[in-house]
Design a protein around this ligand. Sequence first.
Ligand code: PBG
Length: 322
Amino acid sequence: MLRRPRRNRKSAAIRSAIAETHIGVQHMIMPLFLVTGTGIKEQIPSLPMAYRWSMDTLLEEIGECLNLGIDKFMIFPAIPEELKDKTATYSHDPDNFYLEAATKIKEKYPQACLISDVAMDPYSSDGHDGLVKDGKILNDETLPILAKMAVAQAKAGFDMIGPSDMMDGRVVAIRMALDDAGFTDTSIMSYTAKYASALYGPFRDALDSAPKAGDKKTYQMDPSNVNEAIIEAQLDVEEGADFIMIKPALHYLDVIRELKTTFDVPTVAYHVSGECAMLYAACENGWLDREKMVPETLLSIRRAGADLVITYFAKEFAQSLK
Ligand code: PBG
């Protein structure tokens, strides 16, 4: 045998010298759930590594993450039921506690990169990402609401706007509204290929944001499709997205690879709540070893082509590196 691939695996020194993929804290985005009140750190039963934080405890948590080297955060609000309505008015209310939190975080930690969530579902009495009329999700009527929400978030200090709603034309609608309002430096991280997945269950538990009727299949993508992801990415890139996202991650590694090779723009994968919950549960049962599983999982997502990974394990991963 002239070629023996095992020679290149014979020691840790050689293995690390030829490793093709690396992961570090710089690739991590930490998702965080925000609630009203003070002194709250409430574990989410179906997503036990994540918590609902109030403003004060969230600030402390972000401080801890920054000390561990994580500097990118995605914040999701749990809106009290009485503040929800058909048109998601509260999403751009100047007294909105989510917007207020962003301003406070940026005041205290200007180095933190804050990514928002743009979609109607947390604020909507229908629990859908768009405006609902006679059981239908209206596309074009939703766009001005999303644009208004995005401008309010930019004004509050968010560094990046994260449209997760999957309406057609939202990226350009948001880009134009941001530019018109003078926020030319505010980036857009678009949820480009967001599939109608059953893996969002624990997230909807955390925010109590499940649709009141129907499902999200007329706007989120069919899990059987990859060509459609290419169309979505083409549109998002043309419409001005700075980052494109694939969501979920592990069941869609082929889509990550496809979009990264086709477009070669900064690509993000969302290791969603259900994926993290599955892994956590298997490890709690003693069936899998979490210390080994977490880095292997995150590495796989990076190897598929993701530049950045959004994961509820970000903090645990950063701690394991220390
Ligand atoms: C809301 C939104 C969802 C997630 C991120 N933004 C849920 C949904 O579309 O129902 C899911 C994230 C996760 O499961 O971790 N538009």
